[in-house]
Design a protein around this ligand. Structure first.
Ligand code: GTP
Ligand code: MG
Length: 239
């Protein structure tokens, strides 16, 4: 039967209407099926998907020290080396499946320690730090490759902890470039204003320079501020 309140031209027969109705019902069911499948698939996918958190920043900011502290706190072992000589990390280092717990919240993440990003790498700086000319040249070569790898890895991380040395001027070309990149790529991030155990360090100054971002003052070395940092980290990866 034709619905009474809809006008159909007289040439539009009842059979045509029933066929149209049947086609529409099939289409609606197909759409519902697809929607349900998609929902289930994405749920399965999101359960399996591991969240990769990258530690980014300039050399010597304390990325590896922070990544190790998190790994020590929740997985009872470190995984990446730390040094006062810049560009200690020259390859991506990953600690998989670390479960961070805070209160009743829990997240499972892969920690991705990245090489420090610099605009200029001069082998002579390594000689000043006590390396031989040969070692210094090799380190500079590896460090340059490390910077490229770190930038490439932005494609693979789901969230970032940007580590800034709070005892230094935060307004640098490197910091601004990394943060701008994260923002334009839509990668969620927080800033860890590190080394607040040092007298001249100021998380407040970092906040002043980057007022639109979440800045958490920490000392990866002493553990100061880490409780609040974990709260913010869980929030970051739960977005
Ligand atoms: N005082 C103080 N020193 C720190 C802190 N975190 C790291 N350091 C020191 O800073 C130096 C660099 O630390 P790393 O963790 O190797 O720094 P990084 O950012 O990984 O450096 P690259 O791998 O070279 O990019 C080391 O001597 C650390 O002991 C901190 O919170 N306070
Ligand atoms: Mg490092």
């Amino acid at each position: 039967m034709f619905p009474r309140n809809i006008y159909f031209p007289s040439s539009f027969g009842e059979d045509n209407f029933n066929n149209l109705l049947a086609i529409n019902i099939v289409m609606v069911f197909k759409k519902i099926k697809k929607f349900i499948q998609k929902g289930i698939v994405s749920k399965l996918f999101s359960k399996k998907k591991k969240i990769k958190v990258g530690f980014y920043g300039p050399p010597n900011a304390g990325k590896s020290t922070l990544a190790n502290r998190i790994s020590m706190d929740f997985a009872k072992e470190g995984f990446t080396s730390e040094s006062s000589i810049p560009h200690e990390t020259r390859e991506i280092k990953i600690k998989e499946s670390v479960i961070i717990k805070k209160g009743d919240k829990e997240v499972e993440i892969d920690l991705v320690d990245t090489p420090g990003i610099a605009t200029k790498i001069d082998y002579e700086d390594f000689i000043k730090k006590g390396l031989s000319k040969k070692e210094a040249k090799e380190r500079a070569k590896q460090a340059t490759k490390g910077v490229i790898d770190a930038i490439k890895w932005l494609d693979n991380v789901d969230a970032v902890v940007m580590v800034i040395d709070a005892s230094k001027d935060p307004l640098t070309q490197v910091n601004v470039t990394i943060l701008g990149n994260l923002e334009s790529r839509g990668i969620p991030f927080i800033i860890a204003a590190n080394k607040i155990d040092l007298k001249n360090a100021s998380a407040h100054k970092v906040r002043e320079v980057f007022p639109n971002y979440e800045v958490v003052g920490i000392s990866a070395k002493t553990g100061k501020g880490m409780d609040y940092f974990y709260e913010k980290l869980i929030e970051l990866v739960s977005k």
